[in-house]
Design a binder for this molecule. Structure first.
Ligand code: LLP
Length: 438
């Protein structure tokens, strides 16, 4: 019995449905591997965050960290929801532009933004640039000199010196990090001074992000407290008023029965409580609080459909059951040892009969989606659905082995919309040029 599947997730035939659409029909209509999002779940998640801020009566923004899943369609959903978005590259920015997303509600992140990317952001009228380092300040100065009519709002990213309890690859808050200005050595103060001296720049706030897939509140409380402390120091020393405290993202989700995160709302409540308490102690005006969730907005709403192909039985060992996707559409098991749960589309509650190694089709022994996957009786052609794959799956997809990347479908109110086409072999060679020697 899979505890992530509710009775309402099954249709009358007992098949798993997503957004009211039968997963077997989705597989048949669009092929596999296929990534499907339950769009209503995405909308609800944003609303759940907002409800907390509204109950707490604080100014806020929910800024979707779009590195978790960037596409024209997701930016359009974010626009419908009046959310903010974060982008981390010219490519994500161009995608948001193509989606018609209002640039005033975009924040631009990154520890090595290029001159061209900063020019693009300034010309597009991006709402906030999260300034990360001194080189970026120099580049921004140049860009603003070349665009005398422009001005930008910026937030200063600090490294809060808080180590999050998570995988070291996705922890960012510790002092030894490539992101942001260090506090203790005075770099953050120096950055503030430099930015305040540039007339075309308006410093609106302070940003920190401690990591991703975090399960408890302590780190967030720590970062909230630290940000208020910095705001208080800067008010006293430089007469600078912080209007926005941006605590980043990183709210953990439940991928498997091994994960026990608190509810996303409880992270926000803990952050708000700590900011309020610290602001009161420091006798400051209450700033707006921004959060940047990525995974918690799109992760649980995403599903990957695979078709079972070959099977290899080895006496005394777990059998290998291979599917038609793998590390090209989801690198997370290979890269982070990430665990997921997977069910049989036609009968998600079917009795489990065996444990298998769920293997991908890529030419690499490490291409194992799950090294211990409980499964009911299956045969080639059966559709499996891997749950909670909506964050950092398609976003990190590759064409390894020249496999085409999967299609992406948005399902809502019983309707399925193709939002990213499946790559074709022609797409795969689209950029290739001939090399013929005379
Ligand atoms: N804000 C900043 C500044 C970030 O660097 C990140 C994620 C987020 C927000 C969103 O974090 P989230 O709410 O999604 O946890 N590829 C890895 C995750 C990398 C996260 C990078 N930064 C994975 O698949 O787990």
């Amino acid at each position: 019995m899979n505890d992530q599947i509710k009775a309402s997730d099954l249709n009358a035939a007992g098949h798993l449905q997503i957004g009211g659409v039968d997963t077997l029909e989705l597989a048949q209509q669009f092929g596999t591997p296929l990534i499907v999002y339950d769009v209503a779940q995405i909308r609800q998640q944003i609303q759940r965050f907002r409800d907390v801020f509204q109950e707490e009566q604080v100014q806020y923004e929910v800024s979707y960290a779009s590195k978790a899943f960037s596409s024209v369609a997701i930016y359009q959903v974010m626009n419908q929801e009046h959310a903010h978005i974060d982008v981390v590259s010219g490519g994500e920015l161009a995608t948001a532009q193509k989606a018609g997303f209002p640039m005033a509600r975009v924040s631009f992140h990154g520890n090595n933004k290029s001159l061209a990317e900063l020019e693009m952001a300034v010309e597009a009228g991006v709402g906030t640039i999260i300034v990360d380092n001194f080189h970026e300040i120099d580049l921004l100065k140049q860009v603003l000199n070349d665009h005398p009519a422009s001005h930008v709002d910026v937030q200063i990213r600090i490294t809060p010196g808080i180590a999050a309890h998570t995988n070291s690859y996705i922890a960012t808050g510790q002092v030894d990090s490539k992101f942001g200005f260090d506090l203790d050595s005075g770099q953050a103060d120096e950055a503030l001074k430099q930015l305040l001296a540039i007339p075309a720049i308006h410093v609106t706030g302070i940003h920190a992000h401690i990591g991703s897939q975090i399960f408890d509140v302590q780190g967030f409380e720590g970062v909230a407290k630290k940000l208020v402390q910095v705001a208080a120091d800067w008010q006293r020393q430089y007469d600078f008023t912080t209007h926005i405290l941006n605590v980043g993202g990183g709210f953990g989700i439940k991928y498997s029965s091994e994960d026990h995160p608190i509810h996303p709302e409880d992270f926000v409540r803990a952050i708000v409580d700590m900011v309020k308490k610290s602001i009161h102690e420091q006798k400051l005006e209450m700033p707006a609080i921004w959060i940047e969730p990525g995974r918690s907005i799109v992760g649980p709403a995403g599903y990957t459909l695979y078709t079972i192909g070959s099977r290899k039985n080895i006496p005394g060992l777990l059998p290998y059951v291979s599917v038609d996707g793998g590390m090209g559409d989801n690198i997370r098991p290979a890269l982070y040892d990430a665990k997921y749960e997977t069910v049989l589309a036609k009968d998600p509650q079917a009795p489990i009969v065996e444990n298998v190694r769920l293997a991908g089709k890529y030419c690499e022994s490490g291409d194992i989606l799950s090294d211990h996957q409980p499964l009911p009786r299956t045969q080639p052609g059966d559709i499996l659905v891997m749950l909670d794959t909506g964050a950092y799956g398609y976003a990190m997809a590759s064409n390894y082995n020249r496999n085409p990347r999967p299609a992406v479908v948005f399902a809502e109110n019983g309707q399925a919309h193709l939002v990213i086409k499946r790559e074709s072999y022609a797409d795969l060679t689209y950029l290739d040029l001939d090399y013929q020697q005379d």
